[in-house]
Design a protein. Structure first.
Length: 153
């Protein structure tokens, strides 16, 4: 178990709570839209448009971990709502406000209400690599086969 620290922004609605796992087997915790008091009516995202939706807090992720932000499947299927940089990565050394870029790929405008579950977050371990230039690479059965080379293209 790893602990992720959250700090509410000064204008956040703390009654919405922190991200939460909705079931015992959930891999991701839901994030809610948490608009400032003067914007609690939410925001409408036009079809084809996008908006940065605030969550109302800053986050401190332990070193050696990241938080991945992902779309919610129900919003994607029913309304065409997705996250254009999915999965979004929040690094362990970031301390700014946590916002979610939400895009409306649907046919109709979509309204994000204060308190709506807008995305999900996964806490994941991170390994940093050492990058090295070599004269050659090991051979494999696939070799340099590109897109579609292992099945139906």
């Amino acid at each position: 178990m790893v602990t992720v620290h959250f700090q509410y922004l000064s204008d956040a609605d703390t009654s919405l709570g922190l991200p939460a796992y909705e079931t015992g087997g959930a891999a991701a915790a839901d994030l809610r839209a948490n608009f400032a008091p003067d914007a609690r009516d939410g925001v409408t995202i036009a079809a084809g448009g996008r908006a940065l939706i605030p969550t109302g807090f800053r986050v401190e992720i332990p070193q050696g971990y990241e938080v991945q932000i992902r779309p919610r499947s129900g919003l994607a299927l029913k309304h065409g709502i997705t996250l254009p940089n999915s999965p979004g990565t929040i690094d362990s050394d970031y301390r700014g406000p946590l916002g979610v870029i939400v895009m409306n790929m649907g046919d109709a405008d979509f309204h994000v209400n204060h308190g709506d579950r807008i995305a999900q977050m996964v806490v994941a371990p991170v390994l940093q690599a050492v990058f090295a230039v070599v004269d050659g690479l090991s051979e494999t059965e696939r070799g340099d086969g590109g897109f579609g080379s292992t099945g139906r293209a």
